[in-house]
Structures are given as C-alpha cells and as structure tokens.
Design a binder for this molecule. Structure first.
Ligand code: PEP
Ligand code: MN
Length: 346
C-alpha cells in the first residue's frame, strides 16, 4: 500500500472515532464517513491510553476485527494506535493497514524501539505522533528508530503539546516545532491532528486551516456518529456530516503560484526582505561589538555583567517603542531576551 507517495501538496484525510466502542458504532460511523467525506484512511483506537485508571481503556483485540471489517465493507484502509509489541502483533494479524504511535508512547525510546523491533521487515505505513512534551529530538529519534527498522513509509502527526495553566487549546500547537520537523525531514509527510490540539469541536476548523496554510500533507480528525455520547474525547468529536462542513469551509492554498505577475511581485518583495535582513545583521554585529567594549570596561573595573535595573529600563523603553511601531508585544519581548542572553554570553 502506497499511502503517502502522492500526498505531497495534496491532502490526505484520516477520519474515524477516537475509540472503537461497538461494532455498530464503527460500521455506522464508517458508513456515514464514506457518504459525506470519503476519508483515505479510517481510524479508531482500540487500546486507549488514559490518564487515570477506571476510565474506558478500549475494547482491545475484538475491536481490531470490527475495524478491519468496516474498512473492507466500505473499501477504505484502516489504522489504529499501537503502544507495544503485542499491539503490533495483534494489529498485523488482524490485517490493519496502517499503524500509528501515540503521543504518550513517542516520549519513551524503550517503547518506540520495542515497536520498531516488532515491525522489522514489515512493509506497512507508520505514523508517529509528536511526544506529549515539546521535545523535537524525541520525535525525530522515534522517526529514526522506525526508519532503521526498514519502515519506508513514515509520516509525522502533529497533535500538540502538554502545557500547564490556561489555554484555549487542549494541547498547545507550538507550530514552530512542527515547522522544525518539516525542515528536518522535508521528504516526510506531516499530518495535523486538529482534534487533540483543539480539544473542542468549535476550534477544529481554525486549527485545520492553519495546518493547510503551513502546507501539511493531511489531517486526522475524530468523527463519531453520536459525538456527545462518545466514550472518549466527546467534546472534540464531530458527526461525519459536520466533518464534511468543516472540510468544506477550509481554503486550500498552493505553496507556489503559476501567475508570472504574482511571482514577479513576490520576488521584488523578497529582495526587499533580503536587504532589510542584511541591515539587521550588520546592526546586530555592531551592537555586539559595543557589548564587547562594555564587557571589557566592566571587567577592568570589577563591575557585574548583569545590572537588573538597566535591563528592566531597557525592556520598558523598547517595549513602548515596539508598541508604537506596531510590533507584537510578545515578539518584542522575545527578541530582546535573545539579544540580551547573547550579550551576557559575550
Ligand atoms: C488518539 O488519537 O485518540 C489519541 C489517544 O491521541 P494522542 O496520542 O494524540 O493523545
Ligand atoms: Mn482521542
């Protein structure tokens, strides 16, 4: 099965319930999904990693049969989450077409390696969710382990990162980490999972649109015939019909343009940016030279490197300036922190 081969710049849709609950629920959901959205891949979790014990932890092996049957009946390949070698073995035996490694498993290199070993010599597509913590190295490391096991069809799934404190998202998207993933593995398809980022159905379209704008290769969205009654992740699931509505509302933009006049305009603006960046680099180098002078005076006269008052005053002044210039306050702050950290290092 060549799932990802043609997926560059064309969106792959993975849809299905968070969990396989009953054979009926799975068949009805698959039926309606095929009617409304025709996903490329039907998903359902049969082993559910739950934060606290005593919640629904998935049906396990019998649900693999339901999933496979639903896929065969509706002519769609199926996928499920695996977290250890036994899961891999059972899923392969049941003929599941594609497997994914969940966020709570990607954090653990022992588990990832165990899965990689169980997949040695098996030619099926594998998708790896980002780890729950914002650590790109763990995510890339997991990709590498599967790649070394001979898995050629690999994709990443961006499902957001755990955070502490208030947020509109269930899992912070931290888009810059996903962008880094694309830079590190430009040939590997990246799929967005708006369901686990958003945590609520109202935000699905917004997250999915952002993913398309960042040129992701696909979306994995949870869909259930009766979302409010879902046994897991009820708030973020949508009916297949509503999923079709969300997908219909998305605007798909291309990474390049075939219009020569637009290309010309873009090239002109890009050369302006190149010139501005050059000025910024020169100004920064000049600033660091002055910093070095200050540093040597301070050293000669036994003065500490960091003077908190001066730093506070500077942040205040520059923040006002940034506001007046229309810069986003969080950006001004971040930029000053990076410059200050480098100045102290010097
Ligand atoms: C899921 O896909 O239902 C799931 C458990 O996802 P995650 O690993 O992203 O939490
Ligand atoms: Mn879920």
């Amino acid at each position: 099965m060549n799932l990802f081969s043609n997926s560059t710049h064309q969106s792959l849709l993975i849809a299905g319930p968070c969990s396989a609950e009953t054979a009926d629920q799975l068949h009805q959901t698959a039926n309606e999904l095929m009617l409304h959205t025709k996903p490329n891949l039907l998903r359902a979790g049969v082993w559910k990693p739950r934060t606290r014990p005593g919640e629904f932890e998935g049906v396990g092996i019998p649900a693999l049969g339901w999933l496979k049957e639903a896929g065969l009946k509706h002519g769609v390949p199926v996928c499920t989450e695996v977290a250890n070698a036994q899961h891999v073995e059972a899923a392969l035996k049941a003929g599941i077409d594609v497997l994914w490694i969940g966020a709570r498993t990607t954090v653990n290199p022992f588990s990832v390696q165990e899965i990689a070993d169980a997949l040695q010599g098996v030619k099926i597509p594998i998708m790896i969710k980002n780890p729950v913590n914002p650590d790109i190295a763990l995510w890339l490391g997991a990709m590498e382990r599967l790649n070394r096991a001979g898995i050629e069809q690999l994709a990443g799934i961006h499902r957001g990162f755990t955070h502490y404190g208030r947020s509109s998202f269930r899992n912070e998207p931290m888009w810059d980490i996903a962008i880094r993933f694309k830079q590190e593995l430009p040939q590997t398809p990246l799929i967005c999972d708006p369901s686990h980022i958003a945590g609520k159905r109202e935000l699905l379209a917004l997250v999915a649109q952002r993913a398309l704008d960042l040129d992701y290769q696909g979306l994995m969205i949870e869909s259930h015939v009766n979302p409010d009654q879902a046994w897991t992740d009820a708030k973020q699931q949508v009916t297949p019909e509503n999923l079709a509505g969300i997908l219909g509302s998305l605007v798909s933009r291309k990474p390049t343009t075939d219009s020569p006049s637009l290309q010309q305009a873009l090239d002109a603006l890009r050369s302006q940016i190149d010139q501005i960046d050059e000025k910024i680099m020169h100004a920064m180098a000049e600033r660091m030279q002055v910093v070095a002078q200050i540093g040597s005076y301070k050293r000669q006269h036994g003065v500490t490197i960091l003077q908190v008052n001066r730093w506070d005053e500077m942040v205040k002044k520059r923040s006002h300036m940034g506001d007046a210039l229309g810069l986003y306050p969080g950006f001004t702050r971040k930029m000053l922190e990076i410059i200050h950290a480098e100045s102290i290092r010097r």
